[in-house]
Design a protein. Structure first.
Lengths: 305, 444
């Protein structure tokens, strides 16, 4: 759906984006990750045609990105604002009409979203009367008012409490189900893990990782498994014997543990379970994958954590 | 709908709802009316009676003039040439305060010179002008037409008297109407400054609260800038229309209440009136409150149609010319207060323009005035003064040339400012330096 090829942009001899290529498929949520100053916002601005790249091109459905395509894109920037003296309704009408909507369409769509978020009473309130969190919701609504096919969100969860993060996440999932494509730039790695299908990591202006979230985590796994059990820790350790190695343990309560185990020799997860059954009461067992947070920090800092 | 127009509409709605806009719409006209009142009431008492010698060697006036001899101006006629030196020094002319020189060309060019010893008050000046004009109308009707005076007055053109200091007859300051032009030009500059600062504040606040990035996803920076300038400009025009209407009403109220004696029939000696108007007309003419010298200047002598049309044209041109600088400044500054230091050079230009207007009032025919009328920084001011003074025959094209230069310059500054706006609008937190302007100008 969206294809970025060799995008390069610099400001006053400082390279902000260096030869970055990305592809977003229709109906997926794509996470754009990277530390502050990596070039994510510049890349997003280039997609939105707010700034132009020095090199490279952006294609939307195979066509070079043009002004006419912007009507199909919704954008929620990281640094966002609203006109304080305008009402929610006036705001929506103004921004909606800039996106080529009629007043009636704006009104219809606004009502739907206000009802969905259970905030219909805000419609005629001035922005200055709203709290920061409330204003954030209005900003989100204004970004999706015109039912964009591609939604670009730069740090959409910042400023929201956990309840509202959940609310927005669910909305994004619903939009994905409805076939919308979402580009999500976020530092909230938990959210990225939960809702993104694929992700790319930008560091020092370059793309250094790209792939499905699961793939990225699988590629970084170190062969550790976790066993959550009830029983005696000594019995557990004896059972492992020479075929497995206890790496780490967490005591959850009296005689309740999570133990992290590595394989030795040709042993695998099945062998581990066979060895443990009968010795302890297994509550859960899973392969330990690194979190996106871990991958992020390790990649950016070059240190293992 | 064009996105610039949507931005302009929002800006317009936002402006006209503000307290400062409403306050300015009320206080502005009140201040102007106060100024008018002071202008016409103070300074009228310094000389209660004026003696004017009308030098009319061609006998055009037939030694008659409509005058309130019992009132404040007395006229005598001389049917031979009087040298200015004689008038200044000779004892027999000591009792006269001014010499009104008429020659045979007055019938065609409607121009006369009045040489004064002491500058006449505004009221006297307009009264003399009014008296001469009335008499000339009768003379011309008698000579060239079978119309009645009343009919003629329906189609008349105003006479211009050039008031000159007897001791400095070459000073061709048409001060009376010049100041009206100066007022119009001053209003242009005032509006440019006030609404230019509004542009600066609006751009800076959009930038600092970051709404600009949301807008830029739908609107190109140049479209945003143009919409903003247009919206605030329309608000300025709305403000001006309110001023015009309120000042108009205020002048009417002044005419009817504070200055009714200026037109009251008791102030005129009807026996002195010339005989060629019918008595019925005299009655209707002088009972009518329409003939107040003061109002005559404001309502008839000033060519309000031309003045307002050119006011609008030069306001729009000047506003865009200066407004683009304010917009570029707002867009390139790192914070809301950062741009303030760069407002000073723009204000300096506006002050120079104001001085240019004053210079034009004093030196309407100088070379510098001629040049300043074409320079876009000063032309809105200078051209309004020159328009009020009246362009000489064959020189009327100059105002169009001035406007075309201003329009082209505004177009150029719009492009330059657009480039600065585009490059600066998404730069935050820096401290604005001149070198950045240059860099942003280069990065097209």
């Amino acid at each position: 759906m969206l294809q970025l090829t060799s995008i390069t942009k610099s400001y006053f001899q400082k390279i902000a984006v260096d030869d970055v290529s990305l592809t977003l498929n229709e109906g997926e949520i794509f996470g754009l990750l990277g530390p502050n100053g990596a070039g994510k916002t510049t890349l997003i601005r280039i997609i939105n045609r707010i700034i132009e790249p020095e090199k490279g091109e952006v294609r939307y459905h195979g066509e070079l990105m043009k002004g006419k395509h912007l009507a199909e894109i919704g954008y929620l920037p990281e640094e966002r604002g609203l006109y304080k003296t305008m009402t929610v309704y006036d705001h929506a009408v103004f921004l909606g009409r800039l996106r080529r909507m009629s007043k009636e369409e704006v009104n219809r769509s606004l009502n739907t979203w206000l009802e969905k978020f259970e905030i219909t009473s805000w419609k005629n309130k001035r922005i200055e009367e709203l709290s920061k969190g409330m204003a954030q919701k209005v900003q989100f609504i204004c970004a999706v008012l015109h039912e964009p096919k591609l939604l670009i969100l730069d740090e959409p969860f910042s400023g929201f409490d956990p309840v509202n993060v959940e609310l927005i996440q669910n909305e994004l999932k619903s939009m994905k189900k409805a076939g919308k494509t979402i580009l999500l730039s976020s530092h909230n790695m938990k959210s990225v893990e939960e809702i993104c299908d694929r992700a790319a990591l930008i560091h020092q202006s370059k793309k250094i990782l790209e792939g499905s979230v699961l793939e990225l985590r699988e590629n970084r796994k170190d062969g550790r498994f976790a066993i959550k059990f009830k029983g005696n820790m000594l019995a557990f350790t004896h059972a492992l014997w020479t075929g497995f190695e206890l790496i780490e343990k967490e005591e959850l309560a009296k005689d309740r543990f999570v133990a992290y185990v590595a394989m030795r020799g040709e042993n695998n997860f099945q062998d581990l379970l066979k060895t443990l059954i009968g010795q302890i009461e297994i509550e859960a067992a899973w392969e330990v994958l690194p979190s996106m947070q871990q991958i992020f920090i390790e990649t950016v800092t070059g240190k293992n954590i | 709908m064009n996105v610039s127009w949507l931005v302009a509409q929002r800006e317009l709605k936002e402006r006209i709802k503000t307290r400062s806009f409403i306050g300015m719409a009320i206080v502005g006209p009140l201040l102007v009316m106060l100024l008018v009142y002071i202008l016409f009431s103070v300074g009228e008492n310094n000389k209660p009676h004026w003696n004017v010698l009308i030098v009319d060697p061609a006998g055009i006036m037939d030694n008659k003039i409509l005058a309130n001899t019992t009132g404040s101006i007395g006229y005598d006629f001389a049917n031979n040439y009087v040298q200015l030196k004689d008038f200044e020094k000779s004892k027999r002319f000591q009792k006269y305060d001014a010499l009104l020189e008429l020659n045979e060309k007055i019938i065609s060019n409607k121009a006369a010179f009045l040489f004064y010893k002491e500058k006449p008050s505004f009221l006297f000046a307009t009264s003399i002008q009014f008296h001469l004009e009335r008499r000339l109308e009768e003379v011309m009707v008698g000579r060239f037409s079978k119309m009645s005076v009343q009919e003629f007055r329906g189609i008349k053109q105003p006479v211009t008297i050039a008031f000159r200091n007897l001791y400095d007859p070459k000073n061709e300051s048409y001060s009376l109407s010049s100041w009206v032009g100066f007022f119009f030009g001053g209003v242009i500059l005032l509006f440019i400054l006030l609404f230019g600062m509004t542009i600066l504040r609006s751009v800076s606040s959009e930038k600092s609260n970051r709404i600009v990035e949301v807008l830029l996803a739908s609107v190109k920076p140049r479209q945003l800038m143009f919409g903003k300038i247009a919206g605030i400009g329309i608000a300025a025009i709305v403000q001006f229309i309110i001023w015009t209407v309120l000042i108009w009403i205020g002048l009417f109220i002044l005419r009817e209440t504070l200055f009714p004696n200026m037109l009251h029939i008791s102030n005129w000696d009807l026996s002195e009136m010339t005989s060629k108007t019918t008595s019925g007309m005299e009655d209707s003419l002088f009972r009518s409150k329409a003939y107040n010298d003061f109002v005559e200047l404001v309502y008839s002598r000033i060519q309000f149609g031309d003045m307002l049309v050119f006011f609008l044209l030069f306001f729009i041109g000047g506003y865009i010319f200066y407004g683009t600088f304010f917009a570029a400044l707002g867009a390139t500054s790192g914070s809301e207060n950062d741009g303030q230091q760069f407002v000073l050079p723009i204000m300096a230009l506006l002050i120079i323009a104001l001085w240019a207007g004053y210079y034009t009032v004093q030196n309407p025919l100088s070379d510098l005035t001629y040049i300043l009328s074409f320079v876009p920084f000063s032309s809105p001011m200078v051209c309004m003064v020159k328009l009020a003074q009246g362009y000489s025959l064959g020189e009327g094209y100059q105002i169009y040339v001035s406007f075309i230069i201003l329009a082209l310059s505004s177009f150029a500054t719009l492009r330059i400012a657009g480039r600065l706006y585009q490059n600066g609008i998404l730069q935050f937190g820096h401290r604005l330096k001149l070198t950045q302007f240059v860099t942003w100008l280069k990065n097209g």
